[in-house]
Design a protein around this ligand. Structure first.
Ligand code: ATP
Ligand code: MG
Ligand code: MG
Length: 552
């Protein structure tokens, strides 16, 4: 049961605590490979690992799983730390690097050789794969399988000394070539790789493989519950085999949960990297990217992402979550916390013919309709104003309650206005409305009890121009990478970014602090972009619309 009661990981932990395993200790880890930025799927894993530790008074390590020198980079290490912190989690003094364990892992490998449980194989990587077979074809023994311990030790030392070239030899665990699970057919545990590592430099010409490095890193750190995604389920036997042969006393166990899949996006770091390097987006922090840094720049709050991670739950069943759930989480958060403001995306000029020229009055407007404690602000009102071009129709259909010739509407927190005349340019475009206002309706109500159906947002004629970026889903199909034979970039949504350069915002917003969030009335939630805003020239990113326009 994923929505009430305990999830299966909590049940395991509580059972372990009941039976006194690990003396009640809970120690998890979040183990990213620093080969890209974290995405919303990682957020689920972060919330889970740090969350379980918090819940059970345990600890959670941040461990960089940096055993693959060619794809990893120190910039990614920095970015990952920023993102985990921003999400609200603290590893304190428990930041580790698998690469710090290279000497220990090497010693473990030597032990395994001495036990007769690992050997140096001189088949090429392709031959190893071919000899291994798969679920339908059996494995065949390597001709190097029966090398003596002495010979294996000698060759392994020389691999470490850099005497051989890439792929010339491989250290393999000696398990069972007849196993029905190909994972156990003498899996490679060390390979030769003459490559520069972002932390160890050129010190090591050999690198441990994931299956060997991960479980032993868990053991070295005293991890109790090693939580990973379901793809690793058939590798758990190998995890156990390595740990059982090399670790005594308390040992970690692996548990698998369902990974988060979201529609309308791609999630693997490799694909996200392609979007960045080939210029389909402006960077890892492009607000359309489902990276943590992208969501942050889009205006998501850490709380909304943690809430999302809780709501998607954790279990064993494949999980495809609708993007609208993520949007719901931020909408609910910002509905509570974001002050209201007015901004006009596509301005249409309105002139109030009976309003005195040169006069300005200040109207008191609430910052949050349900939260008087959020205070009020003053918005100038004058003869010239702007409304949303969409809020006027010259020839409106039935049921259009906004402005039209001869019709009356309310301007939010201001007055009733009535459209008296429509001004067009030579091409026939509406460029200005001549209106009248009713001075008796100040504040938005008519003393004679007269009703209007539409209430429009507006800004005064001296409202500053601001850039507004309207973001939409990055892909126009639900599963852009479902079919490997098609390049997922062909499914990019061509209108995922619309830049409005002539939007106008109410005057106090020129000084909006970067990274602050507002609800623009009737329009959506917006975030002041921290990179492109300049003093007096804010850029607003639309975080999410007010209503879900995707779900039918
Ligand atoms: P990707 O394939 O996107 O690059 P990865 O699993 O290779 O992801 P890692 O850096 O190895 O990336 O992941 C760190 C942790 O985050 C792992 O424990 C992994 O299981 C978890 N994780 C990655 N993607 C997801 C996801 N979509 N849902 C839940 N957890 C995830
Ligand atoms: Mg990985
Ligand atoms: Mg990966």
């Amino acid at each position: 049961n994923e929505t009430q009661g305990l999830n299966f990981l909590q049940e395991i932990i509580e059972e372990d605590q009941r039976t006194g395993k690990y003396a009640g200790r809970v120690h998890t880890r979040f183990p990213p490979e620093p080969n890209g930025y974290l995405h919303i799927g990682h957020a689920k894993s972060i919330c889970l690992n740090f969350g379980l530790a918090q819940q059970y008074g345990g600890k959670c390590n941040l461990r960089f799983d940096d055993t693959n020198p060619v794809t990893e980079d120190t910039d990614y290490v920095e970015a990952i730390q920023r993102d985990v912190k921003w999400l609200g989690f603290e590893w304190e003094d428990r930041k580790f690097f698998a690469s710090d364990y290279f000497p220990k892992l090497y010693d473990f490998a030597v032990q395994l050789i001495k036990q007769g449980k690992a050997y140096v194989c001189s088949l090429s990587p392709e031959e190893i794969r071919e000899y291994r077979g798969d679920f339908t074809t059996p494995g065949r023994n390597s001709p190097y399988r029966e090398r003596s311990v002495e010979e294996n030790l000698d060759l392994f030392h020389r691999m470490r000394a850099g005497e051989f070239s890439d792929g010339q030899h491989t250290l393999r665990a000696k398990i069972d070539m007849a196993s029905p699970n190909p994972v156990l057919r003498d899996p490679p545990i060390y390979r030769i790789r003459h490559a520069h590592h972002h932390r160890t430099g050129d010190a090591w010409p050999i690198y441990p493989l994931y299956d060997f490095a991960h479980c032993l890193s868990d053991a070295i750190e005293g991890i109790t519950h090693s939580i990973c995604t379901l793809e690793f389920e058939n590798r758990r036997v190998l995890y156990d085999w390595i740990v059982d042969n090399l670790v005594s006393g308390d040992r970690p166990y692996q548990y698998e949960f369902n990974r988060l899949n979201l529609n309308y996006t791609v999630m693997s770091k490799r694909k996200l990297l392609k979007l960045v390097t080939e210029g389909f987006v402006a960077g890892w922090d492009d607000p359309r990217m489902m990276t943590i840094t992208g969501l942050r720049r889009r205006g998501f709050t850490p709380a909304s992402i943690r809430d999302f991670a809780t709501r998607v739950g954790v279990g064993k069943a494949q999980q495809l979550i609708d993007m609208s759930l993520l949007e719901l989480c931020i909408r609910e958060d910002l509905n509570e916390t974001a002050p209201r403001a007015m901004a006009v995306m596509r301005p249409l000029k309105v002139v109030l013919e009976n309003y005195p020229e040169g006069q300005t009055e200040l109207l008191e407007v609430q910052n949050h309709p349900q939260k008087p404690e959020m205070g009020t602000r003053q918005v100038p009102f004058m003869r010239e104003l702007y409304i949303e071009a969409d809020d006027f129709m010259e020839d409106p259909p039935k049921g259009f309650f906004r402005l039209a010739p001869g019709k009356e509407v309310r301007l939010r927190s201001a007055y009733f206005i009535k459209c008296e005349q429509v001004i067009k340019d030579a091409a026939g475009n509406v460029v200005e409305l001549r209106c009248s206002y009713d001075p008796a309706t100040r504040g938005g109500n008519a003393p004679d009890g007269r009703k209007v159906k539409g209430t429009l947002h507006w800004v005064p004629g001296n409202a500053p121009v601001a850039e507004v970026r309207l973001y939409d889903r990055l892909f126009s199909v639900e599963a852009p990478d479902a079919d490997d034979s098609k390049d997922f970039t062909t499914f990019l949504n061509p209108t995922s970014l619309q830049t409005l350069r002539d939007a106008r915002v109410e005057p106090m917003l020129v000084d909006a602090a970067v990274e602050s969030r507002y609800q623009f009335e009737r329009t959506g939630y917006f975030y002041v972009d921290p990179k492109d805003s300049k003093p007096g020239k804010p850029v607003f990113n639309r975080t999410v619309t007010l209503k879900d326009s995707w779900t039918k």
